[in-house]
Design a binder for this molecule. Structure first.
Ligand code: F6R
Length: 247
């Protein structure tokens, strides 16, 4: 595992974009795993800039997103598909046929999850997977206690997550209670993973993931077992690490 501590969120985002762009230049048909949430927004902004100013092309890139809410159509402004379109896809030259986001409206969710896994395999596996981390150590929608060998499947959101999401919806009834998520086993098969974290509220999760024991209670701690993992953080998110020089 390579820990990279940067002075700022912007510097962390630029470093992640530099690695992704380097992999894309080496392999134009890269298979890229993507995350939603606030953390990767700086990375996406930098990739868009590189596309516009430096000719970085996504034309042959295939993407697989980590997760999606069940019951939200792709046109819903809280769906992860919508998020990805607004924050990355519509600004770059990606071929829409190569975009994969789990379909929260699929009539047979279990069959869809199996299909999603087989699509990842059909494209040769994920080359680089971008990850964020929850304050409780979750990755994708794999909350504490998720099997470390899990595959793409339905997960019931924790009460806390449902409550946290409520502010984005008109009323509680509209807030999704379930989601489709890649499993921890699926994520671990990516050839490289880049876990990003910034701000003090992620410091404890980063400490537990990197320096704590590997445990299903901190799903991100599985990264200790990955053969090629980068953990890119800002100073605040690194502030609770004790075994690492962060000056
Ligand atoms: C999103 C995802 C989540 C987030 C995590 C951190 O696709 O898989 O695990 O990465 O909840 O979210 P932010 O970046 O908003 O702090």
């Amino acid at each position: 595992m390579l820990l990279i501590v940067k002075d700022s969120y912007e510097a962390m985002s630029r470093e992640a974009a530099r690695v992704v762009a380097e992999r894309m230049r080496r392999k134009p048909n890269l298979v890229l795993g993507l995350a939603t949430g606030g953390t990767p927004l700086g990375l996406y902004k930098e990739l868009i800039r590189m596309h516009k100013e430096e000719g970085l092309s996504f034309a042959k890139v295939t993407t697989f997103n980590l997760d999606e809410y069940i019951g939200l159509p792709r046109t819903h402004d809280q769906s992860y598909f919508y998020f990805m379109r607004e924050n990355l896809f519509k600004h770059i030259d990606i071929d829409p046929r190569y975009i994969h986001v789990p379909d929260g409206m699929a009539p047979e969710i279990d069959a869809h999850c199996e299909w999603y896994e087989s699509e990842i395999t059909r494209y040769g596996g994920i080359d680089v997977q971008i990850l964020g981390i929850g304050a409780n150590g979750h990755i994708a929608f794999n909350e504490p206690g998720s099997s470390l060998g899990s595959r793409t499947r339905i997960k019931t959101l924790t009460e806390q997550t449902v409550k946290d999401n409520a502010r984005f919806f008109k009323n509680m009834a509209e807030v999704p209670k379930t989601a489709i998520t890649m499993g921890i086993g699926t994520i671990m098969e990516a050839k490289e993973v880049i876990l990003l974290a910034n701000k003090t509220n992620k410091a404890e999760a980063i400490r537990a993931a990197i320096e704590g024991p590997m445990t299903a209670m901190v799903p991100a701690s599985i990264i200790q077992m990955h053969r090629k993992a980068y953990v890119m953080v800002d100073k605040e998110a690194a502030s609770k690490l004790t075994h690492t020089f962060t000056g």
